[in-house]
Design a protein around this ligand. Sequence first.
Ligand code: 4AD
Ligand code: MG
Length: 467
Amino acid sequence: MDYKTRTKIARIVVDDAVPVDSEVIILGWIRTVRVSKNVAFVEVNDGSCMKNIQGVVEDPSAFPVLDQLATGAAIRMKGVLKPSQGKGQKYEIGITELQLVGAADDKYPLQKKRHSFEFLREIAHLRPRTNTFGAINRLRSKMAYAIHKYYQERGFYYIHTPIISASDCEGAGDMFRVTTHDLTNVPMVDGKINWDDDFFAAEAYLTVSGQLEGELLATSLGDIYTFGPTFRAENSNTSRHASEFWMIEPEMAWAELDDDMDLAEDFLKYLFKFALEECAEDMEFFDQWVAKDEELRQRLENVVNSDFERITYTEAVKILEKKKDKFEFPVHWGADLQSEHERFLTEKTFQKPVIVYNYPDEIKAFYMRLNDDGKTVAAMDVLVPGVGEIIGGSQREERHDVLKDRIISKGIGDLENYEWYLDIRRWGSVPHAGFGLGFERSLMYISGMANIRDVIPFPRVPRWAKF
Ligand code: 4AD
Ligand code: MG
């Protein structure tokens, strides 16, 4: 099927790497076809980039196949690359051969008109063929590459943490259970479910985070990162929560909270710069069509070139208390920051990314390092305009007895389930720190897309696991 001899459209229109007068073979899907008596235009996209290429037929009567072409059909065309007469495109192809590979009829849902994102979610199996979702899927791929490049070039090792796990890292209890028990006949002992009889002879879940295992590897290899799927059974139907999302979790031995914040800031800036430089064509599209009311690229450039704001939780609460009447949820020292508060800080007060650190112990996870004040922990969240929390991280509690007390006092489960985690504090314990970046949230910020359902090919959210 000319797989090896075809020319991808990106080679022509993005890379400018194909000389005029070359003979090329294009394999792609028709976006539009216009046939008149004297001339026909066939516009094709092959997914390699945003732009289409137009094929021109000078003598339509010699190509009877033209009658069978329609939007959505797959075709093969051969022809000569020429400078285009038309506006808005540099090249076109003078068609010498034209074949229909996979027909499409007028029932094809993606006819040339604008479709709402809601409608496109219902046809998530077809939406990758639209401009927006072509761009999003290309961005996802490039950014995944950027993430590996960033850490690999800095001596961090990529580690694989288990997807099936017996521990609740965040202690929030919103986990999906993994079991092979027959749900119509669950084995019981003494009125309780007999997990001993289950596949793993223990209660098991889909992981919410690779952090705990990541810490074990960091305190062996030095610097590590994970990049994999994580799962949360939170029943929050918001535009920023998915039940299955990808997280990047770097973890550094010998590091403290400052080092953690420095890494988070440097990493985010690197990603934004990478998107601007390496995904220029798609970023231009997002700027023009997705983030319509703002200068998306300008905003990212500003972020890359300025420092993030860093404030303590206590300072943040002081700022928010002055604007009390603006919020639905009350703010006071000790309360968890709601997304309206986070967005106020980053969108209104500072108008740039903000790192909030040293949160009250009560609202944060057991593994975070208790500060000397005995009230706060060495936690940090990075907040960005439009999205809110994009990163959550901390310095970890490395003191064995303090950690043990925290596991008990936070009531997160049997101590014996955490013996392995305590062990690295028993022998050769060192300060260490890390964070988790939500991959989808970073894509939302970069692209300006407003809903997490639109930055992942097949989103999983409450009451939706189709495709
Ligand atoms: O703040 P979180 O829960 O932190 C952790 O899981 C730590 N174990 C990370 C670490 O220190 N290694 O989650 C980290 C990030 C959030 O800031 C957010 O960007 C993203 O993961 N996230 C979600 N993204 C989409 N849907 C959800 N339901 C998310 N929950 C968290
Ligand atoms: Mg968090």
